[in-house]
Design a protein around this ligand. Structure first.
Ligand code: SF4
Length: 209
């Protein structure tokens, strides 16, 4: 993987590169110290894909599920994590879900946090979350137009371009003492986002020093 081998404690520092579908799971996991099965699968396989090996995944999840004792964790959750790494049962080495898989997959019910925000969130919640991430009205409506046309992956691609450009602007400001171009700067995404791990990798490579 492009990150090399990750350690459990590296994950927190990588959330900027995560697409909204994974970022929401990470945030929920930190807040609730728990995720339901659909979320654990979606996020767990994503983390596997970005380079978290099994032993580190077990450490990451045990720490994240801080309310559980080690014994509870081992009994209730460790098997499934080992299973998703192909170390239990039929030993299938599961791969991270694609956008299509997530978008067409099970609709999240109350208390679930899996799914694709562009597909599964009500428009008002999505708009609020785009504002919270610093998108102005112009960019927000640009993203929402794709959503309304059911082009969720294009919405995500535009989100990628706008938010990465904003981050670059911040870097430019820091490096060059306040020189930020106005207007609608965008980072060109090499391709339409088809996979959460592709989103991560494109972003990671863009900012790798
Ligand atoms: Fe995640 Fe794909 Fe939805 Fe983007 S389009 S939020 S990467 S599922």
């Amino acid at each position: 993987s492009i990150t090399g081998e990750l350690h459990a404690e590296d994950v927190n520092g990588l959330t900027f590169h995560m697409p909204p579908c994974m970022d929401q799971l990470h945030t929920e996991l930190r807040n609730a110290q728990h995720l339901r099965h659909g979320g654990r699968m979606q996020y767990g396989l994503f983390l596997k894909g970005i380079g978290l090996p099994l032993e580190q995944a077990l450490l990451f999840w045990q720490k994240a599920f801080g309310k559980h004792t080690a014994e509870q964790f081992n009994k209730e959750y460790a098997y499934n994590i080992r299973h998703s790494y192909g170390m239990e049962g039929k030993r299938t080495d599961y791969t991270p879900y694609s956008c299509k898989g997530i978008i067409m997959g099970s609709t999240p019910g109350p208390g679930d946090h899996h799914g694709c925000p562009f597909r599964h969130w009500p428009a008002a919640k999505l708009r609020d979350s785009l504002s919270a991430r610093g998108l102005d009205d112009f960019d927000k409506e640009d993203v929402m137009q794709f959503v309304q046309g059911h082009h969720y992956q294009l919405a995500c691609t535009r989100y990628f371009e706008v938010t990465r450009a904003m981050k670059m602007g911040i870097l430019t400001e820091t490096l060059q003492g306040g020189l930020v171009e106005g207007g609608k700067s965008r980072v060109a995404s090499q391709e339409t986002i088809e996979h959460p791990n592709q989103f991560f990798e494109q972003s990671y490579l863009l900012f790798r020093k």
